[in-house]
Design a protein around this ligand. Structure first.
Ligand code: DX5
Ligand code: ZN
Length: 231
């Protein structure tokens, strides 16, 4: 399995000091920057777009930026995010009229494609897409807001995705997003995730390094117990 990555969701950061907040979580040990894009159409909230992604790059952020698109339609905005410096671009299949085309579009623009599954979205969408993806993002809340309660129904879904990726024999990241905290991250790791989004649990904590350290220790312990330590 790929080494575990912790991805703070900047949705819970102090937007008035965004550059400094991202610098702080990266200095605290975060691996990638989770960037939630909401359009008040696909989800009932409105957040940030490519200009803010570009501003983070201009500020000097070198870490991978993990753009989670909660927008409909999807394709129009993909080239803008590629130009703005996105590394991963993930989208919800229900929001795209042509899922295969959107995956190709992301790849053609030099980014890594990911497909996102809401709590009630079946994994069937992976049938003809998994071999073209770099990331599968499983929602453990309904998308739209930070600070919601983790839905444990995602755990068997994580395990099912992990089995499919093992059978595929190619590395595809399994990311989980929503309600992850230091006290449930071990269960998420045990189920087979390797990439952990946490917004309120990190930015709402007084001490970013201590919170990320605690999360990383819980992941390592869970992986060691399951015999799936990163290689
Ligand atoms: C929800 C977003 C999440 C959210 C996670 O729609 O996709 O990334 O910010 O926030 P927490 O960790 O607070 O649930
Ligand atoms: Zn997200």
């Amino acid at each position: 399995m790929a080494p575990p990555w912790i991805a703070p969701s900047i949705l819970s950061a102090d937007f008035a000091r965004l550059g400094a907040e991202v610098d702080a979580v990266l200095a605290a040990g975060a691996d990638l920057v989770h960037f939630d894009v909401m359009d008040n159409h696909y989800v009932p909230n409105l957040t940030i777009g490519p200009l803010v992604c570009e501003a983070l790059r201009k500020h000097g952020i070198k870490a991978p930026i993990d753009v989670h698109l909660m927008v409909q339609p999807v394709d129009r905005i993909v080239p803008d995010f590629a130009r703005a410096g996105a590394t991963y671009i993930s989208f919800h299949p229900e929001a795209s009229a042509h899922v295969d085309r959107t995956i190709s579009l992301i790849r053609e623009h030099g980014c890594r494609p990911g497909l996102v599954f809401n709590p009630a979205t079946p994994l069937d969408w992976l049938d003809y897409t998994l071999d073209k993806l770099d990331l599968v993002l499983l929602m453990s809340v309904n998308p739209g807001f930070g600070g919601q309660q983790f839905l444990p129904g995602v755990l068997p879904k994580i395990a099912a995705v992990r089995r499919r990726i093992s059978a595929l024999g190619r590395e595809v990241r399994v990311e989980v997003d929503g309600g992850i905290k230091a006290d449930n991250i071990a269960a998420v790791a045990r189920a087979g995730a390797d990439t952990f989004v946490a917004g309120s649990a990190i930015f709402g904590s007084g001490n970013y390094p201590a919170t990320i350290r605690t999360m990383r220790a819980a992941i390592s312990a869970a992986q060691a117990a399951a015999g799936t330590t990163a290689i």
